[in-house]
Design a protein around this ligand. Structure first.
Ligand SMILES: N=c1c2ncn([C@@H]3O[C@H](COP(=O)(O)OP(=O)(O)OP(=O)(O)O)[C@@H](O)[C@H]3O)c2ncn1[C@@H]1O[C@H](COP(=O)(O)O)[C@@H](O)[C@H]1O
Length: 134
């Protein structure tokens, strides 16, 4: 087999593997589904929905939960427990979604901010902030 043919075969195999992976592993789309579920719990029964219970306890309580989950996640990162970090990160993202829904913030606004920042180094962005005191 020629070099070109072998390279094509390898590229095909890599693409197949990537397609298999994306079919098997949940992607960030899970966040959009989670947000839709969290939104749908507005007005639900706090006895049967933890999300509804959080809404009923108010914004300060939801904010407190986000803070607690963030602390739990960073503690696991410092401890070096990757599995626990994954679990605490999931708790954090869930509670952050509840905070956004409670505030009436659409995740699309956050995704747009991240997209806007793509390609801009955080170091350059910080320098530009120092030049413009406003
Ligand atoms: N992803 C989550 C999720 N992650 C964590 N949790 C809950 O978050 C809670 C965190 O527990 P804690 O001990 O920290 O909190 P707590 O003791 O209940 O509260 P406080 O005493 O601190 O006030 C647990 O009850 C977890 O089950 C979640 N609850 C719900 N979801 C998602 O939200 C969907 C809707 O859930 P319900 O609203 O319950 O129907 C579910 O199908 C899931 O997809």
């Amino acid at each position: 087999m020629g070099d070109k043919k072998a390279a094509e075969k390898a590229a095909e195999k890599a693409a197949e593997k990537a397609a298999d992976r994306s079919a098997a592993v949940p992607s960030a789309e899970v966040l959009d589904r989670l947000f839709a579920t969290v939104q749908s719990r507005k007005g639900a029964d706090p006895e049967s929905s933890y999300t509804a219970k959080l809404y009923s306890r108010g914004t300060a309580k939801i904010a407190q939960k986000v803070g607690e989950e963030a602390v739990e996640a960073i503690l696991e990162a410092v401890r070096g427990d990757k599995a626990a970090l994954a679990s605490e990160s999931a708790d954090l993202l869930y509670h952050l979604m509840v905070l956004w829904a409670d505030a009436g913030l659409d995740p699309a606004e956050v995704w747009a901010k991240l997209a806007q920042r793509e390609g801009t180094s955080g170091i350059d962005e910080k320098k530009s902030r120092k030049r413009d005191p406003n």
